[in-house]
Design a protein around this ligand. Sequence first.
Ligand code: LLP
Length: 432
Amino acid sequence: MYVSDGLTVNASGHLCVSGCDTVALAKEYGTPLYIFDEALIRANLRAFRAAIEEIYGGNGLVIYASKAFNCKELCRITMQEGAGLDVVSGGELYTALSVGFPVDKIVFHGNNKTYDELVMAVDNNVGRVIVDNITELETLDAIARSKGKTVGIMLRIKPGIDAHTHDFVRTGQIDSKFGFALETGEAMAAVKEALGMPNLKLRGLHCHIGSQIFAPDPFVLAAEVMLDFMHLVQMETGTVLQELNLGGGFSIKYLESDPLMPYNDFMRTVAHALKEKAQSLGFPMPFVLIEPGRSIVGAAGVTVYTVGSVKTIPGIRTFVSVDGGMGDNPRYALYQSAYELVCANKADQPRSTRITLAGKCCESGDLIQENAPLQPVVPGDYVAVLSTGAYTYSMASNYNRIPRLPVILANEGKARMIIKRETYEQLIENDL
Ligand code: LLP
């Protein structure tokens, strides 16, 4: 039933996150709320960092993809753990800057960064802007020139790999809005143009082949395709590009039956292929960047709700309705994502019923899970949805004018609030 080691059950039968009783936290802070395991987030960042040290001899950098969950405290933790930060908007960049995140370790992504966002990146000396298209390349060059600065960039390349994941989060094929295509010659043309721009420093190339990928094979393939292309760039231009960013996409356990991905082995397999390829091409090993998002925070988060009503439709199903829903977690509505459910105050009992967990929004599709095992629950019980650390708070909305949830960080028996619950006053703050 439990997707991470940080989840335990105490003597009262309550679900605990990093030694903190989720029922006690629910009573103290109210529901719905997100609880994150700080120890696990830090351990995940350290594991990737250690892998870079061990496998690449330190010649690389872990970049936390903060779109999975960005807030000031996550930026601080990432900074403390020595990792870099991937931001995809002025808002994410602003958050990072507000806590003094080292700008040389920030990478700025996005297929349509606005002019103002590019100016913000240049003004704040962001270390790597990942350029998505020619218009952006030329706009960034003009901004850098007008400010007399040199901006570090990488080009986002579509390596054309099918990563066997849900269509909505597949971004590596040619039919994608992201990046330059290899097979049309677009990528080589962009490299040549970038190399001729004195205010842009082309540090290397980037690719991201998808999300929630279970096997190393697509990463190996992508790494080989990218290195082949870097070699081609060397042959055609004489320039040896120094850096290769392989993106994110490492899978996590949503269901207990999902395989646990050993990230270390995974990275070793990719590194091995990369080293062999480099050797066979006579090309120097590049500085390798990876951008894990989900794998840093996903399994570290749970969402706790209070049951409001239980409605059994004979012969059809039982709806358990809770005080949150698609506003705090739109992932089932969007991707039919699977989750494990646990009654937080009866976590030691068998999950002997099958239910549909429904949200409180005025919409039939506002479901968090269907046909899922759960302990028998009554109004007033707490339901925890596991592995909700990634792409939940960051994708939350105020649909139905429901305030956003608070976030609690639990760390070996101690808990602290890192995001306050949104208030009704804040909901109408910008209304005129
Ligand atoms: N780097 C780039 C360029 C990306 O586009 C992404 C995710 C990542 C890194 C991090 O990928 P991760 O390690 O988290 O898989 N909302 C969807 C996921 C969208 C992923 C977008 N890009 C979901 O909830 O599953």
